[in-house]
Design a protein around this ligand. Structure first.
Ligand SMILES: O=C(O)CCC(=O)C(=O)O
Length: 277
C-alpha cells in the first residue's frame, strides 16, 4: 500500500509520468525555507553560481528539505524503499523574467543507467500559468529517449538549452500549478518545459532528483549521492557527507572534488544537473 500517494496517483505516475499537486509543507514552513535561502543569497551574491552541481552539500536548508518525510514517502511510493538523492537545484524566475525552459527529457545527458529516477519540484512561491509554471506532456515518458539538440538562447534556463527534436503537441500540455509548500513528481523521461514569468512576483522551485539505489552512473566516473531512505546495497555512488552547517568545510571539499570530476567530463555527461544561472 502506498505511503502518501493514493493508488490512483501511483497509477497516474506510471501511465502519465507525473503527479501534482502533493502537500509537503505549510505555507509558513515554505516561507521560512525561502527566508533562509534569501538570507544566504543576500550574504553570498554568487550563491547559485557557486553551487551549481549539488547545492544540497552546501546549503543546510536544502539538505533538510530533501529529507522531508512526506516528499520521501511519495518518492518511495514510485521508486521503492531504497532511495538516494543524486542532484538538487533551483529554477528561479524573477518578476517579469524572460527565462524559460525548452521542452526536454531530464535523462538526456545525465548518464544514469535506467529510468528509476524522479524529480520532486518543490514550490517555495506560487507557481502558475501566469508566472511560468512547469508544463508536462502526459505519457511522453513512454516514448523512450527522444533526440535533443543543444540550442543557444540566453533566456533558456537549461545549461545547454537542450530542446527535444520531435514535434510537441502543446495542446496536450498540462500545467503543474503549485502553492508554496506543495510539490510535483515527474519521471526522468517525461517531456516538460516552462514559459517566461509574465507576473510581478518571483517563481521559485527547488528540484530534488531522487534515484533508486540500484541506478548507476554510466559516464565512466564514480558519481556521488546521499542515501535518504532504506539501504544502499549497491554502492554505485560515493556516499556524500552530511553537512552540519552552510558551507561546512568537509562538505565543501567533497563538493569541489565532485565538481572537478563533472567538469572534466563536460562533453560526455550531464553538465545540466543544474540550470543556467
Ligand atoms: O522549473 C522549470 O520551469 C523547469 C524545471 C525542469 O526542467 C526540471 O525540473 O527538470
Amino acid at each position: 500500500m502506498p505511503k502518501v500517494l493514493s493508488d490512483v496517483q501511483v497509477e497516474q505516475y506510471r501511465t502519465e509520468g507525473f503527479v501534482c499537486p502533493i502537500d509537503a509543507l505549510s505555507v509558513e514552513e515554505a516561507a521560512e525555507i525561502l527566508a533562509r535561502m534569501e538570507d544566504l543569497e543576500n550574504r553570498e551574491p554568487n550563491l547559485w553560481a557557486r553551487s551549481k552541481v549539488k547545492p544540497h552539500l552546501l546549503m543546510l536548508w536544502l539538505n533538510e528539505l530533501m529529507r522531508n518525510p512526506t516528499i520521501l514517502d511519495a518518492v518511495e511510493d514510485v521508486l521503492g524503499p531504497d532511495v538516494m538523492v543524486w542532484a538538487t537545484g533551483h529554477f528561479d524566475k524573477k518578476a517579469a523574467d524572460l527565462g524559460f525552459v525548452s521542452w526536454h527529457q531530464d535523462g538526456t545527458y545525465w548518464g544514469l543507467s535506467e529510468p528509476s529516477v524522479v524529480t520532486a519540484w518543490v514550490a517555495l512561491t506560487p507557481s502558475n500559468r501566469e508566472n511560468g509554471c512547469m508544463r508536462v506532456i502526459p505519457g511522453s515518458h513512454h516514448r523512450g529517449q527522444l533526440p535533443h539538440m543543444d540550442t543557444e538562447n540566453k533566456n533558456n534556463l537549461l545549461s545547454r538549452g537542450q530542446d527535444v527534436q520531435v514535434e510537441v503537441n502543446e495542446a496536450q500540455a498540462v500545467d503543474l500549478e503549485l502553492q508554496p509548500g506543495q510539490f510535483s513528481l515527474h519521471h526522468v523521461m517525461l517531456v516538460h518545459g516552462s514559459e517566461p514569468n509574465f507576473s510581478e512576483t518571483r517563481r521559485l522551485g527547488i528540484t530534488i532528483r531522487y534515484v533508486a539505489a540500484h541506478v548507476r552512473q554510466t559516464s565512466g566516473f564514480k558519481d556521488s549521492a546521499t542515501l535518504v531512505r532504506g539501504v544502499d546495497k549497491f554502492h554505485n555512488f560515493i556516499a556524500e557527507p552530511h553537512p552540519n552547517s552552510d558551507f561546512d568545510p568537509i562538505a565543501v571539499d567533497f563538493y569541489n572534488e565532485i565538481v572537478a570530476e563533472v567538469r572534466k567530463r563536460k562533453n560526455t555527461i550531464a553538465t545540466d544537473y543544474q540550470n543556467n544561472r
